[in-house]
Design a protein around this ligand. Structure first.
Ligand code: ADP
Ligand code: MG
Length: 250
């Protein structure tokens, strides 16, 4: 299995935000996580990406137990993520945002930085080239020199994708990548996710837009109050009684 969680659990005080979740992510596919607000979806991502430490359970990536690794080590293994809200340096250009974001994720040697060595300069050049490449991939070449404060919500979502892609990930976790964008833009972002998969990147996303998910996902997991209540193909999920009840509040 490519990436799997085993009885993954996170307690905040007495609350089980994620409760004993077994989930396996298929390589080269679009995997989705849905569920009502507060179901534990973002916390699940935080546990996998090392932003939160699980209370119990395990995360296994390509056969390696990564449960207790810090987030930077997890990123180095090829696991990238975006956040529900995209925080950019509003006064900087889109290109600089991606360059800085990328640099923060790559180890830089303090001595190199102080002496401004040849190696540092060549690393900076590589960062810049990578940023230009990923901005092209996400369709933002035209906006590279715009101030981040002046771009649309949909363009911000694309910048978030670019930031994740700059680390050359094998898998990306996208937290509500189409929240707050219109239907046409949602379609464009869905195409971009398909383009990632074509490039060999595995996708796992959290999303509320059911029409999009049902069209896009190969596999869906449904969380409710921290627990997995269903898992399957879009057709299986659509017809699942428990899921219908959870959504209709029955
Ligand atoms: P979702 O992303 O599905 O909307 P979250 O994972 O953000 O849900 O939250 C799941 C539950 O855990 C919620 O009840 C939320 O209030 C709680 N929670 C999330 N993060 C924290 C935290 N850092 N401290 C305490 N409770 C949290
Ligand atoms: Mg969330």
């Amino acid at each position: 299995m490519f990436l799997e969680t085993k009885s993954l659990t996170k307690k905040f005080g007495g609350l089980f935000a994620v409760n004993s979740v077994d989930f396996s992510i298929e390589k080269g596919k679009i995997n989705a996580i849905i569920g009502p607000n507060g179901a534990g979806k973002s916390t699940f991502f935080n546990l996998i990406s090392g932003f939160h430490r699980p209370s119990s359970g395990a995360v296994i990536f390509k056969g390696k137990d990564i449960t207790t690794l810090p987030s930077n080590k997890i990123a180095e293994l090829g696991i990238a993520r975006t956040f529900q809200t995209t925080n950019l340096f509003e006064q900087s250009t889109v290109l600089d945002n991606v360059i800085v974001g990328h640099r923060l994720r790559t180890k830089s040697n303090l001595l190199d930085a102080v002496l401004r060595t040849k190696r540092l300069k060549s690393e900076e050049k590589k960062c810049r080239e990578k940023a230009i490449e990923v901005l092209d991939f996400v369709g933002l070449t035209h906006a590279a020199h715009k101030q981040a404060a002046g771009i649309s919500q949909e363009e911000k979502k694309r910048v978030a994708f670019a930031l994740a892609l700059a680390t050359n990930p094998e898998i990306v976790f996208l937290d509500e990548p189409a929240a707050g964008v219109n239907p046409d833009e949602t379609e464009g972002l869905a195409l971009l996710m398909e383009k990632m998969v074509q490039k060999g990147i595995t996708v796992c996303l959290i999303e509320h837009k059911m029409q999009m998910i049902m069209k896009l996902a190969d596999k869906i997991m449904v969380l409710n109050y921290g627990e997995k209540i269903a898992e399957g193909t879009p057709d299986e999920i659509k017809n699942n009684e428990t899921v219908i009840k959870a959504y209709l509040g029955g």
